[in-house]
Design a protein around this ligand. Structure first.
Ligand code: HAM
Length: 413
């Protein structure tokens, strides 16, 4: 038997939950004026090297990179921001006016060690607000994040925000971190020791060396005046919106493009993989990719983790059931049953026996599927043009013409 690749999932019985969540997210995004964008699943490797950053875990260890038959280095996208910004620059979307607001839902690929909530092919719902440097853009994106989660009924989540400063103030902060960690370097885990030189900020979100991070210098004390007032501006807007949040200096994010605001939404009961959503401001990415300076901000949520959270909160929609199950008394009525099913399916969800089951077992099947009504198509019914419609919720039966069946269903479903 050929099995699925490690770290991938088949979505079968849960698909209706995915569709429901996606519809809710699309509604939130569209109602706030965001346009859906679909970019390719693979891109030139250089795009992720330049945007996500060559010293990040994603680029160093996790990318699905291969050479195609034309000798080009191709990578399955590990995230969506880089592709959206590549598209923004490539199609000169700034000429349409700023801001440009996009959202996407799609597969991402990272070669990580699979565990609950961590896959190698996973899905993100992401949002990118391109072109505004103002705190209101950060607040809008954070609001979209929380509104999206509330729209699917989640409530036990925690919003954590931080600022990572800018090219003016961050170097000073990194220096302070180096000073702080230098004498204790030998006590840190292997990952932290390697990150000390290349990516010192990541020492703050290490899951093993938490205690050292707690006493490390706090970036908020190192922000320049502009970054400080930007962060205060964001906080004031979040307060106005009544959003609860915690300032968490350990939120530094694992991608290099961030500047100023960063945030994550944690769902504490998810255990080790408790970040259901992460994002922040990235003011220089468009320039890195060859465009004009275009400050931007966005987030992405992990769909698989959201599914786990929904199940934990027991906030699942009801599974789809047929409105009507069409049964036949004998074989001769099957063509007629199929024609009736075609008519009914223009308005309602319909199932019809396709296995040649006996009448009794067709009823059993209808009830197993949870059908609300059963429509009986027998010889007498075809002759008289009136059909027996059984309401499975109370057992009541009615004899109705097809037109009246439709009216009755419209009224009661
Ligand atoms: P990220 O934090 O790398 O950010 O990923 C966002 C979310 O994707 C995470 O919070 C998590 O829920 C989910 N996720 C990440 N890796 C996996 C995995 N291996 N398995 C399952 N879920 C995963 C970004 O990707 C940025 N592009 C977000 C962003 C958009 N920033 C600005 N705009």
């Amino acid at each position: 038997m050929i099995k699925k690749i490690k770290g991938t999932n088949d979505v079968i019985e849960d698909l209706y939950i995915w569709e429901w969540v996606e519809e809710k997210f699309r509604n939130v995004a569209k109602n706030l004026g965001f346009l859906e964008i679909r970019t390719p699943i693979f891109e030139a490797t250089e795009l992720f090297n330049r945007s996500v950053g060559t010293d990040t875990d994603i680029v160093q260890k996790e990318m699905y990179t291969f050479e195609d038959k034309g000798g080009r280095s191709i990578t399955l996208r590990p995230e969506g921001t880089a592709s959206v910004m590549r598209a923004f620059v490539e199609h000169s979307l700034d000429s349409k006016g700023l801001p440009q607001k996009f959202f996407y839902i799609g597969s991402m690929f990272r070669y990580e060690r699979p565990q609950a909530g961590r896959l190698r092919q996973f899905h993100q719902y992401g949002v990118e607000l391109i072109g505004s440097p103002l705190p209101i853009a950060d607040a809008m994106v954070i609001l979209m994040a929380t509104e999206s989660l509330k729209a699917i009924g989640l409530s036990n989540f925690k919003l954590k925000i931080n600022s990572t400063g800018c090219e003016k103030c961050r170097p000073r902060y990194k220096e302070a971190l180096r000073e702080y960690y230098k004498p204790i370097l030998a006590k840190l885990c292997d990952d932290c020791q390697t990150r000390y030189d290349k990516n010192i900020l990541r020492l703050l979100d290490c899951k093993r060396d938490v205690e050292y991070a707690k006493s490390a210098p706090n970036i908020i004390d190192y922000l320049c005046d502009d970054c400080k007032s930007h962060f205060e501006g964001v906080r004031r807007l979040l307060d106005t919106l009544g959003l609860e949040y915690e300032i968490d200096p350990s939120i530094v994010r694992g991608l290099d493009y961030y500047t100023r605001t960063v945030f994550e939404i944690k769902y504490p009961s998810l255990g080790a993989q408790d970040a259901i959503l992460g994002g922040g401001r990235y003011d220089h990415l468009v320039e890195e990719l060859g465009g004009k300076p275009t400050p931007s901000v966005g987030f992405a949520a992990g769909m698989e983790r959201i599914m786990i959270a929904l199940k934990a909160e027991n906030k699942l929609p009801s599974p789809p059931i047929p409105d009507v199950y069409v049964v036949t008394v004998s074989e001769g009525q099957r063509p007629h049953a199929l024609k009736i099913s075609r008519e009914l399916s223009k308005t309602f969800s319909v199932d019809v026996d396709l296995m040649g089951r006996k009448l009794k077992s067709q009823f059993k099947n209808a009830s197993k599927e949870g059908a609300r009504y059963v429509l009986v198509v027998g010889e007498d019914e075809i002759k008289s043009g009136t059909y027996t419609l059984k309401d499975m919720s109370n057992g009541n039966q009615m004899k109705l013409s097809l037109e009246d069946v439709m009216k009755h269903l419209e009224k009661t479903l």
